[in-house]
Design a protein around this ligand. Structure first.
Ligand code: ZN
Length: 282
């Protein structure tokens, strides 16, 4: 059922599907190919009556360092399919259109789609959970963090006001969210627990076992009632403004990309993996 060369591993045991990001050599940097592999795995888990809960995990020392902005397999500029939107191909379009359309599909649209998976999802997070990876973890219903996990959204340095799936003021209080965005600093697992972003913090060596135990308990509950409870809370979040907040922030995000493209080297203000890593170490 699993292939070590696959971008995403998929495994089912005792009612729990585990979807594992599998580019550990590059801290599970998420390219578009991986995004569609995650989507296929989630679709498979949603359709399989033997699956009651889905765990999203990362192979190796880190959950994920975020979107792929620097490996040879970076593929965001290439044509790719559509699962979350009905937008046309972005790859041969000029100006802000290309960016707006591709991120609507691969980033915001996909994460919103995954949030609606009608079975409980649990992010199992160790090590880095940075930028694009936050969107993955936040789209899950529960988050179990290892004590070595850290969370950060440092993209303000790239001239954009946070990641595309803008849930920051819902994942933590607005005042904490501002500090999180303004500084881009790492938030420890313990701090993430204190601000209400994660459900459990467990020792690194117990992460898989504790996540599995939690998933197994939930998996024994009635399937349809779980789906309805999830829907009820998601609806509540949307009525509290989550969806509108994201739509408004997405427009600001693309004003920022367009501004960067007009005034600097590129839509990311000329920042790349090396400069972002250097800034994080300062
Ligand atoms: Zn963007």
């Amino acid at each position: 059922m699993t292939e070590s060369s696959a971008l995403v591993l998929y495994d089912v045991a005792d009612g729990v599907a585990t979807v594992t990001l599998n580019r550990p050599a590059v801290r599970n940097a998420q390219n578009v190919a991986m995004t569609f592999a995650i989507d296929a795995a989630f679709m498979r888990a949603a359709a399989d009556a033997a699956v009651h809960v889905v765990v999203l995990a990362g192979a190796g020392d880190h959950f994920s360092a975020g979107h792929d902005i620097g490996t040879p397999e970076r593929d965001i500029h290439l044509p790719f399919g559509r699962a979350a939107t009905m937008f046309w191909d972005h790859s041969d379009k000029p100006g802000a259109e290309a960016m707006y359309v591709r991120e609507a599909e691969a980033y915001l649209g996909m994460c919103r789609r995954w949030r609606e998976l009608p079975k409980p999802t649990i992010a199992q997070v160790q090590g880095a959970c940075v930028a694009g990876a936050l969107m993955l973890a936040w789209a899950c219903d529960l988050i179990v963090a290892a004590d070595d996990a850290f969370f950060a959204d440092p993209v303000l340095r790239m001239g954009v006001p946070g990641v595309e799936y803008f849930a920051h003021p819902f994942e933590m209080s607005p005042r904490i969210a501002k500090e999180f965005l303004f500084l881009g600093d790492r938030m420890s697992a313990q701090r993430a627990y204190e601000v209400g972003m994660v459900n459990r913090v467990v020792p690194r060596e117990a992460l898989e076992r504790e996540t599995r135990a939690l998933a197994s308990r939930i998996a024994k509950q009635p399937r349809f009632a779980l789906a309805l409870a999830k829907r009820a809370v998601n609806q509540a979040e949307d009525r509290m403004g989550l969806r509108d907040t994201m739509d408004a922030a997405y427009a600001l995000h693309h004003l920022a990309h367009a501004h960067n493209a007009l005034t600097s080297d590129d839509h990311l203000r000329g920042q790349d993996v090396r400069s972002m890593k250097k800034a994080a170490e300062e």
